[in-house]
Ligand binder design. Structure first.
Ligand code: MG
Length: 313
């Protein structure tokens, strides 16, 4: 629980007592690594994340195999997984075909991946924002009818490499549509990691005014400019209790080569445990897992905490 017992735990007022970490390493992380990890290693990675205490692990994406070669083994991976009680194993589904594939393999939580900007919707989905939402609407409806949890990602919530600063009403409009479709959770993505805490609070305020309950909101920060933990703390002070992170900081940043991408789970856990916030995660086991995965990928973890604790886990 304590990151390192020598350094103690000192709480801050106004923060939650417990945070759910939504682990995105196997999906968002490995999707953006250049190396393709063998399916057996992916299954072992997920088992090790469960053993380290994770309860929400995004495992893969049911997109057509030629879209993302790194995740072309979604079926084989799901066949290898043993679902542990009390753990959610969501998968991304872009369309009804993907949802059917996920359902056939026993997936009980899914996610759709929308964009707040037209430029990213075109590049990522080859559709306008509106066309992509129309594609997701029946997916969410069908998934909800099947009793599944459905996470709605909104990417490029703060800045977009082609459009610059993203207007808040534009983000709120996409978020509201996803909630109206029946999404059970929203994940607000700072896809290029440019946001600073004031922007985070401004968007959360606007979503609150639009009627989105804060307990349905997760935040997904990237550390490209070193802002992920500051943004996380701002979101926690605002009542958010679900934070996305990637073990070992897997994922890089596809829009800025050699930059850091996803917030590393270990860096997040270090902060939360130092604040006395429960996560259920064993940091030592997690660091050992990320070091093992770094060996498979053939590159060191960009996580500061993994680097600091290397060898001591
Ligand atoms: Mg990400």
């Amino acid at each position: 629980m304590v990151p390192d017992p020598r350094y103690g735990v000192t709480p801050l007022t106004g923060l939650p007592s417990r945070v759910t970490i939504h682990e995105v390493g196997p999906r968002d992380g490995l999707q953006n690594e250049s190396a393709v990890v063998p399916v057996e290693a992916k299954a072992q990675f997920i088992e090790r994340l469960v053993d380290a205490g994770h309860t929400s692990i995004e495992v893969t994406s049911f997109v057509p195999a030629n879209w993302i070669p790194q995740l072309a083994d979604a079926e084989q991976l799901l066949e290898r997984l043993t679902f542990s009680a009390g753990v959610r194993y969501p998968a991304l589904v872009p369309n009804l075909r993907g949802l059917d594939r996920a359902l056939a393999l026993g997936v009980r939580d899914v996610a759709v991946f929308a964009s707040a900007t037209e430029s990213f919707a075109q590049r990522n989905l080859n559709r306008t924002v509106d066309e992509s939402l129309l594609m997701f609407e029946p997916v969410v409806a069908r998934a909800r009818k099947e009793g599944l949890g459905v996470r709605g990602y909104v990417s490029m919530c703060f800045g977009d490499p082609w459009e610059g600063e993203v207007p808040i009403p534009q983000v709120v409009a996409v978020a509201r549509r996803l909630m109206e479709f029946g999404c059970t959770e929203l994940s607000l993505g700072d896809t290029i990691g440019v946001a600073t805490p004031g922007q985070v609070v401004a968007l959360l305020d606007a979503l609150g005014e639009a009627g989105t309950p804060v307990d349905r909101i997760a935040v997904h920060f990237h550390d490209t400019y070193g802002q992920a933990l500051a943004n996380t703390l701002a979101a926690l002070r605002h009542g958010v209790t679900t934070v996305d992170a990637s073990a070992g900081g897997l994922g890089g940043c596809p829009y800025a080569k050699s930059a850091t991408g996803n917030l590393a789970t270990e860096d997040l856990v270090w902060q939360l445990h130092g604040l006395g916030i429960e996560t259920g995660i064993d940091l030592g086991k997690l660091v050992a897992t990320s070091q093992w995965m770094a060996g498979i990928l053939g590159r060191p973890s960009p996580s500061r905490t993994v680097t600091a604790l290397a060898g001591s886990a």
